[in-house]
Design a protein around this ligand. Structure first.
Ligand code: GLY
Ligand code: MN
Ligand code: MN
Length: 451
């Protein structure tokens, strides 16, 4: 059994304060000052009096690290660059803490998370108008939570109604996520350390799954092994795991995980751990209890080659879509060579005939969210692709999915292969964060046939 990797240092309150300061200085440069209001996620009932496991909102987490529900950040900056960092949160409550556990309360929260002041959340509504008046801009998430939208609408109404008393409402209302996305797209050292750890845990979970999965198991039993590995490292699933045998592997978002697994089935596992709010996202595909069949191996090696072409296309300054284009070229040529599609490479790319077997993008930003914040196009009209920079993190996940069909040789039926790794753009290329998850034919066959 592999030992748990050494856990990285958790960022302290001043680290989060540094991010808040960067945001506020950007607000000053763009608007001459303003107020940022950022709520965390509400709790959500699963049924009757049972809640879904709580997860704080990702932008809120990025700015504060504060883990409790019922909390709002109020961050202000004037034209001289003077800033105030306020937190509204739940008060201490011995009775509720007996039932539900520890609450920081404003005083401890202020100190731990490096705020200037902290107040009970019950005082938010009465304090908001004074905080909002005479600020050139209000930045807050819009359309994220209906209750918060109502709070903001009412706040603006209240502030406008006081105009005759000489108070000016914000001239501009903006979605704060647009200001934060460029920051979140380039990971800092603390984030990279957490992402490396999430990747290491996830790689171990995939090895465990390859060793465990054998003919006669059900998909959910393999999922349980993944969960075991995440939980024993203090992580949880970053998204519902896909454990898909045979034809299920051709369903891109298969999450049922209820079917039995037969000898020689390809098993596609797309599963990622989330550690301290940061996600990993790995897919591996392997034959259960046997070596690859000739057709399975052909498709697997094609997807591996596509992934290598993607890696070659990733470097600082490259447009985001270049690696996707590289994947399409390799996959389309491979499909022609395997006689899955007809015609020339140019014709396949022109008509998109290859999309019958490869229909998704080759990757996405990765970070606090598995499909992380950030733009894929830039410019006022989205006219240019985002260019890669050191510190950006993304997945690289080409695939090939061949369902059963009359015009396809039977040997290729129900072969669904995806190979997904997580990559950090560095000053001179890439660092594959998930390289510890085996994927060569020889490594995979050794793990899934060992006794
Ligand atoms: N696991 C979700 C994805 O690969 O995008
Ligand atoms: Mn992915
Ligand atoms: Mn994935």
């Amino acid at each position: 059994m592999m030992r748990p990797a050494t856990a990285p240092k958790i960022p302290d309150g001043f680290h989060y304060r540094g991010r808040r300061e960067r945001l506020l200085q950007a607000v000053r440069e763009t608007h001459g000052g303003g107020l940022v209001l950022m709520p965390t996620a509400p709790e959500v009932f699963r049924n009757r009096d049972t809640l879904y496991p709580y997860r704080p909102e990702s932008y809120f987490t990025y700015l504060s690290g504060f883990p409790e529900p019922e909390a709002v950040l109020a961050l202000s900056c004037d034209n001289a660059g003077e800033t105030r960092h306020l937190l509204f949160c739940r008060e201490k409550n011995p009775e509720r803490e007996t039932w539900d556990g520890f609450r920081f309360g404003p005083e401890a929260a202020r100190e731990t998370f490096a705020f200037d002041e902290a107040f009970p959340i019950s005082t938010l509504t009465e304090q908001l108008p004074a905080l909002t008046m005479n600020r050139p801009a209000l930045l807050t998430p819009l359309g994220l939570y209906p209750d918060w939208d109502r709070t903001i609408t009412q706040l603006l109404g209240t502030v406008r109604s006081q105009a005759r008393a000489g108070n000016t409402p914000p001239a501009c209302l903006l979605d704060v996520r647009d200001a934060l996305d460029p920051m979140r797209m380039v990971k800092d050292e603390a984030e990279i350390a957490l992402m490396r750890h999430a990747a290491a845990i996830t790689a171990q979970a995939h090895v465990r799954a390859m060793r465990f999965a054998r003919p006669g198991h059900f998909e959910y039993q393999v999922e349980a092994e993944l969960q075991h590995e995440f939980l024993r490292h203090g992580a949880q699933s970053a998204y519902p795991a896909i454990v898909a045998a045979a034809e299920n592997a051709c369903v891109l978002h298969y999450v049922g995980n209820r079917c039995p697994i037969n000898a020689g089935d390809l098993l596609l596992i797309d599963a990622g751990g989330e550690y301290q709010s940061y996600a990993a996202d790995i897919t591996r595909t392997f034959p259960v209890g046997r070596r690859f069949s000739a057709a399975q191996k052909d498709v697997y090696e094609l997807v591996l080659a596509a992934q290598r072409a993607c890696f070659d296309a990733l470097k600082p300054g490259a447009p985001f879509h270049a690696f996707h284009d590289a994947a399409e070229r390799v996959l389309a040529q491979g499909m022609i060579d395997l006689k899955l599609i007809e015609g020339s490479l140019d014709a396949a790319l022109e008509t998109g005939s290859f999309k019958r077997f490869y229909m998704h993008r080759a990757g996405h930003w990765l970070g606090l969210d598995v499909h992380d914040a950030g733009h894929y196009q830039r410019g006022d009209h989205g006219e240019a692709p985002t260019l890669l920079e050191a510190g950006m993190a993304l997945t690289v996940e080409p695939g090939c999915y061949i369902g059963a069909a009359e015009d396809i040789p039977a040997a290729f039926h129900n072969i669904g292969v995806r190979i997904e790794d997580d990559v950090l753009i560095t000053n001179d290329g890439i660092d594959i964060l998930t390289a510890a998850a085996p994927k060569s034919v020889a490594e995979v066959e050794a793990l899934c046939t060992e006794s």
